[in-house]
Design a protein around this ligand. Sequence first.
Ligand code: AMP
Length: 581
Amino acid sequence: MEYELISKPGADEFAVRPNLDDYEGTRAAFDYERVIDELDGLPGGGLNIAYESLDRHVAAGNGEKPCILWESKDGRSETYTYADMARLSNQFANVLQQLGVEKGSRVFVFMDRTPELYAAVFGTLKAGCIIGPLFSAFGPDAIRDRLENSGAVVLVTTPKLKAKVYEVRDDLPELKHLIIADHAEPPEAAEGELSWNELMAAAPETFEIVATGPEDPAIMHYTSGTTGKPKGAVHVHKAVLGHYATGKFVLDMHPDDIYWCTADPGWVTGTSYGMFAPCTNGVTSVIYEGGFSARAWYGVIEKYKVTVWYTAPTAIRMLMKAGDDVPKRHDLSSLRYIMSVGEPLNPEAVVWSEQALGLPFHDNWWQTETGSIMIANYAGQAIKPGSMGQPMPGIEPGIIDDEGNVVEPGTEGDLAVRPGWPSMFRTYWRNEELYNSCFRNGWYITGDRARMDEDGYYWFVGRSDDVINTAGHLVGPFEVESALLEHPAVAEAGVIGKPDPIAMEIVKAFVSLKEGYEATPELRRELIGFARGKLGPGVAPREIDFIDSLPKTRSGKIMRRLLKARELGLDEGDTSTLEDD
Ligand code: AMP
């Protein structure tokens, strides 16, 4: 089924032409190096994401334009203009300098979606430091692994979240400063802590941005692989070319748009598309601090008259589950263009949204390492429901075989991208070897399996590794297995993704117990609680099965593939490397 996409009838004020209505023409003429002409660069030379996002709009006389429309969990609204955000981020940059934090240092944030989080991210970039956002639902072990690997010297967190940091603070000798920020109630700083409010009140409102160049590191996001702990994908200031260009051509941003990205800044979508793409394009963003509920989400669209909406399949499936009557109770006529990312978007969801919301969801594909959207269904194009779409101009993806040769259209293979685009990750922090292993025959290997059809549309097939995609978040089985092994009852643990109609996959663990422990429902509950306490609810297993022993290769590696096949009642495949019991 195909859709002819046009601006929504009736919403005349938004009946703008798509930024990219001639796909082939734009693709042929596109040059990332020319995109830089549409940005300003630092006044004294160089490039800085925060300057392109905030200060250049102020310099152009647009400082009074709303940058953020913030809605707190309890329904209060606050507006922050581009000038406000430029000032707040200047202050935080001054705070970092006054603390003696040097260019290139890692500054992390572990906070809910409050204005302070946004000020801290942009301020860190202005100070020439590398920002590392942590998802606020992480547990202590997940926090420790990331802060330890990054060698973060500053962490900004909140009174509510800081207890999780204290559980692991002794393991973090490099962490010098703990800044406590609370939007609602300025807290007293305890011993060993610094108060955000006090530091900010004493900080000057102007700041000369530290000279950063296009290749200076700017941001790191941790992402999970099959083996080992999460690794920090490092992006540079030049990534802003990708944020800006995809904001314009894929998210179809126009100056009058009210834009809402539902992703949390703890994940790459929440920074690339929750901050940098909308701000560089000068649009107004809604930031909703609260969690998911169908009524609340439709309420946000109605209240703020959202025109462009970027969300994820798990949320869309939950909206579908909530029923078609809920959207009918809200005026959603402001919406012009809606998009999805993070997991495969079921074709039914596209059909549903056109019928229930009046617009089809446009799927697009990218990942932490790519930094910006690589493949998309564009506003000016027909959608093929179920397909991720076509390449972003300037991007060359390919479906390749084990030798790195491009395969015929229609054939499944590894989804790869020719390196060299601006927002491509430059390394995994302190793990150059792993970074180097991501390339084959001149291609960056994404870890996804896909195929391309005769029309040049890409179709997702699955992951080529054991990484689990739960509610759009990647979880590495090793991280979960390691946490379970710390429990005294656990002898061995193997973790897989079990298919789920809403979250795509849920984390499921198979556990064998040590002598003297009994497989009881109480122990199962205890283990789930134990893992949640260490990793957080989004990462910990939702289901645990006890088994006598885990299938392993002769070299002792747990065969997750076999656990999964058995769980799903599938063919067990090649078991020749299985050890004999
Ligand atoms: P992350 O690095 O956490 O952003 O996750 C990226 C991964 O999510 C990709 O490598 C895919 O496995 C999956 N993913 C992202 N977008 C899509 C999509 N549109 N369709 C299917 N899978 C997707």
